[in-house]
Design a protein around this ligand. Structure first.
Ligand code: SF4
Ligand code: SF4
Length: 149
């Protein structure tokens, strides 16, 4: 049986809870097509996305460290290790996003505002390349592949 998601369930009692989200995951969430690092990872990511859709005004704390999506990822250990190349590279994606959005580590904003902001500020192909350039999921990611840019 797959592990239960670690995130708050989408019910009226949890709609005000703040979710910690890596800044670059604002992009990944929008590009998700059901692919991921493991079945448990996919289940958890789907639950995070459903929760945010159910509560578009949910507060998100935007960070450059492991978040509610990473919690079910088999790569979490490597991404948590301060000295690993993967950790440095992935954190750099978060920092690039924060710089482009002109926000600081730990900024809290409502989910729908965060998605509007990222889609307006990362508006051209070079911005997207700056964030996603090294990602292995590029050819399966709707956000990366979208043509309107
Ligand atoms: S290409 Fe990779 S890093 Fe970029 S949004 Fe998609 S999944 Fe995230
Ligand atoms: S690869 Fe790293 S940053 Fe990406 S979801 Fe897994 S633990 Fe999080």
């Amino acid at each position: 049986m797959l592990k239960k998601s670690n995130i708050p369930r989408p019910d009226s009692e949890t709609g005000s809870k703040c979710l910690k989200i890596r800044a670059h995951h604002l992009c990944c969430i929008q590009g998700f097509q059901g692919y991921g690092y493991s079945p448990a990872f996919v289940v958890n990511l789907r639950a995070v996305i459903e929760d945010i859709k159910a509560f578009p005004s949910r507060s998100l704390e935007l960070v450059s460290e492991c978040d509610v999506i990473c919690d079910s990822c088999p790569g979490k250990r490597e991404c948590t290790a301060q000295v690993s190349i993967a950790s440095r590279d992935i954190r750099n994606m978060d920092l690039v996003v924060m710089k482009k959005l002109k926000i600081e580590e730990g900024t809290i904003m409502e989910a729908d505002k965060a998605f509007k902001l990222i889609n307006s500020q990362l508006a051209n192909a070079s911005d997207v390349e700056d964030v996603c350039g090294a990602c292995k999921w590029r050819q399966k990611c709707l956000w990366y592949l979208q043509e309107e840019r």
